[in-house]
Design a protein around this ligand. Sequence first.
Ligand SMILES: Nc1nc2c(c(=O)[nH]1)N[C@H]1C(S)=C(S)[C@@H](COP(=O)(O)O)O[C@H]1N2
Ligand SMILES: [Mo]
Length: 264
Amino acid sequence: MIIKPPARMAIDHQAVLNEAASRISRSRTISHAGRRNFLRRSLTLGGIAMLTGCALVDEASVDTALSRISRINDDVQGWLFDPNRLAPTYPESMITRPFPFNAYYGEDQVREVEESSFRLEVTGMVADKRKWALSELRAMPQIDQVTRHICVEGWSAIGKWGGVPFGSFLRQVGADLSARYVGFKCTDDYYTSIDMATAVHPQTVLALTYDGQPLPLKYGFPMKLRMPTKLGYKNPKHIQAIFVTNTYPGGYWEDQGYNWFGGS
Ligand SMILES: Nc1nc2c(c(=O)[nH]1)N[C@H]1C(S)=C(S)[C@@H](COP(=O)(O)O)O[C@H]1N2
Ligand SMILES: [Mo]
């Protein structure tokens, strides 16, 4: 089927995005599935073509349109993100046991990391680029929180993570907090990146423990970034390097089409 593109016209992108943002926030009171249907019903094919500037004539242009929508969606989620709104926390009695494992490989392929020689690298737009031993991170003030992890593969689970509030860590290394992104490289070659607003959110934790114990290997030893405001794939395990940048770093799943903002 060939869908005729609308005639070229000046598009007020700001107005379109404002409308999309207000639709999303209005639809926040309804369920996730309801919200999806709501948006699906409100965006016509002509609307998609107009919003993305793509004539939906073949599969390639549909893919381009979808990835542009995903980037517009990143912007809208970024604008809607409330830096003071807290994700729900739960009593310890609700912790999911055993907590599920997930990665882009099987649990038998988790790679060892040697604790004594491990050093966290910190690069990019930061004043202090020195490397960190695990013991130095453990010496910083720590917090604990019980939150829900949501994986797009269709499961969610409640767990307890503890560690250094990531905002404190970024301030400690003199990160430029006006930079757009914080990127992560992991010892298993996974990588991802987040927006600065989420990086300094009060519940974003550079987690060193799980359920009161040093972070087990399968859950991301030596450290993971735990963000209850973001979906599972945005929470990098086995962090080796952290960098602050204005250049979009993408991510392992994000580069394969997962939405970059990945709010939950
Ligand atoms: N380094 C690394 N981090 C990762 C992944 C991965 O494959 N490698 N998978 C992500 C996904 S999709 C999920 S759901 C969670 C799973 O974390 P868990 O094993 O603690 O449940 O880790 C995320 N972080
Ligand atoms: Mo996931």
